[in-house]
Write a protein that binds this ligand. Structure first.
Ligand code: R5P
Length: 224
């Protein structure tokens, strides 16, 4: 199976997972990226079975609206029963690195307000230790150099993602050469640097369920 087929398979599995819990008043959280896009395309078939969605990016909101799915502000709905999103890497504890598409901050906010986080990913995203994928850190632009120096002290090799402005008007540093042994502690340490808006470690609030696509089908994994 190709990676695209695997992404499609996990998107379909997520639809099966959430369908029994949806009602006409349900507003669900929807993530960002190529895997989440496949989920959004399939969600179109459930358009009449839910009230709408909270999107974690402008791009996802636009795609949702294109399918006739109403988008709400998170402040209007407060909490969402479920948040479905992809990941760049995920470990056995269902801690993740996210933000390859620069949507990490809004993703983390919607995830924080979700009763349940379902991660959908093809098998290539599952790792023993997080960090092969460069960890994104969203920064206030004027703090970029300072934050980069602080990240070096933590052992990372931060690189400015040239030309990328987040939906929040900020910039991204990608941390290379940075294997993360304790994702919960590192998430908090990076967030404590002045000028950091968010980092792409989703460990304090990891996923509750991972739908992982492989040659044998879609595995259903809960945190180890
Ligand atoms: O900022 C982007 C998000 O964190 C995505 O969920 C992540 O990059 C995975 O994207 P994809 O499904 O395209 O691999």
């Amino acid at each position: 199976m190709t990676q695209d087929e695997l992404k499609d398979a996990v998107a379909a599995a997520a639809i099966d997972e959430i369908r029994p819990h949806l009602g006409r008043d349900s507003v669900i959280g929807v993530g960002t990226g190529s895997t989440a896009n496949r989920f959004i395309d399939r969600l179109a078939s459930l358009r009449d079975d839910l009230r709408g969605a909270v999107a974690s990016s402008e791009a996802s909101a636009e795609r949702l609206r294109g399918h006739g799915i109403e988008c709400f502000e998170l402040n209007e709905v407060g909490t969402v029963p479920v948040y479905v999103d992809g990941a760049d890497e995920v470990n056995a504890h269902l801690h993740m690195i996210k933000g390859g598409g620069a949507a990490l901050t809004r993703e983390k906010i919607v995830a924080a307000c979700a009763e349940r986080f379902i991660c959908i990913a093809d098998g290539s995203k599952k790792v023993a230790t997080l960090g092969d994928f460069p960890l994104p850190v969203e920064v206030i632009p004027m703090a970029r150099s300072y934050v980069a120096r602080e990240l070096v002290k933590l052992g990372a090799d931060p690189v400015y993602r040239q030309g990328v402005i987040t939906d929040n008007g900020n910039q991204i540093l990608d941390c290379y050469e940075f294997m993360i042994e304790d994702p919960v502690a590192m998430e908090a340490r990076i967030d404590a640097i002045v000028g950091v808006v968010t980092n792409g470690l989703f460990a304090a609030r990891g996923a509750d369920l991972l739908l992982l696509g492989g040659e044998q089908g879609v595995e259903r994994l809960t945190p180890a």
